[in-house]
Write a protein that binds this ligand. Structure first.
Ligand SMILES: NC(=O)c1ccc[n+]([C@@H]2O[C@H](COP(=O)([O-])OP(=O)(O)OC[C@H]3O[C@@H](n4cnc5c(N)ncnc54)[C@H](OP(=O)(O)O)[C@@H]3O)[C@@H](O)[C@H]2O)c1
Length: 374
């Protein structure tokens, strides 16, 4: 392509959104900001499409639909958190666009549907994913490790988790930790939803389901380990015992650059890493007793039939309630467990998934009162 690649950024005012604008700005001959969405904040940017407002408002949704299906749009960066990103993602994929996906919730709630939406364009072989390019650093790492490998040669994936702010403090009472403590992530600067998800380790549960759909790897062949330095972004083990990992600083501009430039590489996307920064790397087992989120996510994914959508929606609502100081931190995972236990199962169609999503939100709103007293 001789003209710059036209990029639409959904959630341009957020952490991923702003870093995406930075990557675009630093590569003006290669990328052009074609469109963007803003919520309550502003980027003061101009583009062919500027959509302001909240997802769910008819005017916002209609304009986003026009933007992501516009024939001039090449790549859509999806970085609006939560279930509300599903509609625009499906529209972009159905319109034949490449999607650089930060919003893992989309694949958690409707992974099979989303992967089907670009199946016609995929080349079949695992490393040649076309259509969806992961931005999550772990999935970007796995994606890069898989380039040049054949699916039958992959034994397992290993997702690394920083552990969030509480993992290294086993004596902390998780009923008592504050919103400020939960938002104080030791490694990454991110939006509030994903930061709280990192603290509960639900982020890793969501990423487990995301990896399963994205790479077509069975759930029982995906492991999680704690790696507090966040330098090894994830690993792939091959059948001969080789381990491939992608390493780098905790800087989301790198996976964003990888997603936008694929199959090319951008020069100097992030500063070079010194070997000293790679010293003292630690890896630990996940304590599923204290942090049961990954187990819950795995169980929900095995059950299917709307359970992943319930996991995701219940978690979104519970995180919202925690950030509003309505429930304690430990109430987030308890709420999700309660919702999963009460859910009778649904189907795999879009309607069934949206029903499961609505059911879970209502369940959490109705039942969060019982957690307030803690
Ligand atoms: N941040 C990271 O390092 C990181 C890493 C991996 C994956 N992710 C994933 O990327 C996604 C975005 O995360 P983030 O950290 O960038 O979030 P964030 O900083 O909270 O930004 C969210 C963006 O979405 C917009 N938005 C929020 N609610 C909206 C709504 N109802 N309607 C329309 N727009 C809305 C916000 O607009 P306003 O703020 O202007 O209202 C903002 O532009 C999440 O799914 C997260 O899990 C993030």
């Amino acid at each position: 392509m001789t003209r710059p690649i036209n990029v639409a950024v959904l959630g341009a005012t957020g952490s991923i959104g702003r870093q995406t604008l930075d990557v675009i700005d630093r590569n003006p001959g290669r990328f052009r900001l074609f469109g963007l969405t803003e919520g309550v904040r502003s980027t003061n940017r101009e583009a062919d499409y500027l959509v302001q407002g909240q997802a769910g408002e008819p005017e916002f949704d209609a304009r986003v639909e026009s933007m992501v299906t516009d024939p001039r749009c090449d790549v859509v960066v999806v970085a609006i958190p939560g279930a509300r990103a599903l509609g625009p993602t499906l529209s972009a994929l159905h319109a034949g666009k490449d999607v650089a996906l930060a919003t893992k919730e989309v694949l958690v709630m409707a992974g099979a549907l989303v992967m089907k939406a670009f199946a016609g364009r995929a080349q079949g072989a695992l490393p040649e994913i076309k259509g969806i390019r992961p931005i999550d650093s772990e999935h970007s790492a796995i994606w890069q490790c898989l380039w040049g490998e054949r699916r039958e040669n992959v034994r397992r994936l290993i997702l690394t988790a920083s552990g969030g702010p509480f993992w290294a403090h086993p004596d902390l009472d998780l009923d008592q930790v504050s919103v400020e403590q939960a938002l104080n992530h030791p490694r990454w600067s991110m939006g509030p939803k994903v930061t709280v998800d990192s603290a509960t380790l639900m982020n890793k549960g969501l990423e487990l389901i995301e990896a399963h759909h994205l790479f077509g790897i069975p759930l029982d062949a995906i492991a999680v380990c704690i790696h507090p330095q966040s330098v090894v972004h994830s690993l792939v083990e091959l059948v001969d015992g080789s381990l491939k990992a992608q390493l780098g600083r905790p800087d989301m501009r790198l996976p964003i650059a990888v997603a936008l430039a694929y199959p090319d590489r951008l020069s100097d996307a992030v500063p070079s890493t010194s070997m000293k920064e790679l010293s003292g790397l630690e890896f630990h087992d996940l304590d599923e007793g204290r942090f049961p989120s990954v187990r819950l996510a795995r169980q929900a994914a095995v059950k299917g039939n709307g359970h992943p959508a319930v996991l995701n929606a219940a978690n979104e609502e519970a995180v919202k309630a925690f950030l509003a100081r309505e429930i304690p931190f430990s109430g987030i995972v308890r709420s999700v467990e309660g919702a999963l236990g009460a859910f009778k199962g649904g189907g795999e169609s879009l309607e069934a998934i949206l029903d499961a999503d609505r059911w879970a939100r209502a369940y959490i709103r109705e039942n969060s009162g019982s957690l307030r007293a803690l």
